[in-house]
Design a protein around this ligand. Structure first.
Ligand code: HEC
Length: 132
C-alpha cells in the first residue's frame, strides 16, 4: 500500500470513527440523565412526527427543514435557505461535533415542538440520524 492509499483510507474512515465517538459520548450522557435504551425506529417516528406548535398553531416537524430523504439537501421552512444533507453517509461533517449537535437540538426542538427534546428523544433521534 502506498502513502497515497493510506491517506485516502484515513480520509475516508476518520470522519466515521469521529462520528461514532461523538455520538457514543452524547448517548452515554443522555443515559446518565435517565434515558433508557435508544431506538432508531423511535427516532424515525420522532423525526416525522407533526406537532401543533403552541404559539403559531402550525403543524411542524423536523423534516420541514431537513426533508424526509436525509441524503438530500433540505430547505429552511422560514428563510428558504439551503441546508446541507443531514445524513452522515452524504455529508461526513454531520454528527462530528457534540457542541454543534446540542446547540441545534436545543434550537430546533424549541422551534419545531415548542419545547426542548428530552434525553430519550435526543438519543433516539441520534441513533436514527447516525444510520442515514
Ligand atoms: C426551521 C428549520 C429547521 C427545523 C424545523 C429543524 N432544523 Fe435542525 N437544523 C436547522 C439548521 C438551519 C441547522 C444548522 C445548519 C446546518 O447544520 O446545516 C440545523 C442543524 C441540526 C443539527 C446539527 C447536526 C450536525 O451535526 O451538523 C441537528 C442534530 C438537527 N438540526 C436536528 C433537528 C431535529 C431533531 C429537528 C426536529 C425536532 C430539527 N433539526 C428541525 C434547521 C431546522
Amino acid at each position: 500500500m502506498t502513502m497515497k492509499h493510506i491517506a485516502t483510507l484515513l480520509l475516508f474512515f476518520l470522519p466515521m470513527a469521529l462520528q461514532a465517538n461523538v455520538v457514543d459520548g452524547l448517548l452515554k450522557g443522555y443515559q446518565v440523565s435517565g434515558a433508557g435504551g435508544f431506538s432508531a425506529e423511535q427516532g424515525a417516528a420522532d423525526w416525522q412526527r407533526r406537532v401543533a406548535h403552541a404559539k403559531s398553531g402550525q403543524a411542524r416537524s423536523c423534516s420541514d427543514c431537513h426533508g424526509s430523504d436525509l441524503t438530500k439537501e433540505g430547505g429552511h421552512a422560514k428563510t428558504g435557505k439551503l441546508i446541507e444533507p443531514m445524513a452522515p453517509s452524504a455529508n461526513p461533517q454531520r454528527l462530528s461535533d457534540a457542541k454543534k449537535i446540542e446547540k441545534w437540538f436545543k434550537r430546533n426542538c424549541k422551534w419545531t415542538w415548542g419545547r426542548e427534546c428530552t434525553a430519550q428523544e435526543k438519543g433516539d433521534l441520534l441513533r436514527y440520524l447516525q444510520q442515514q
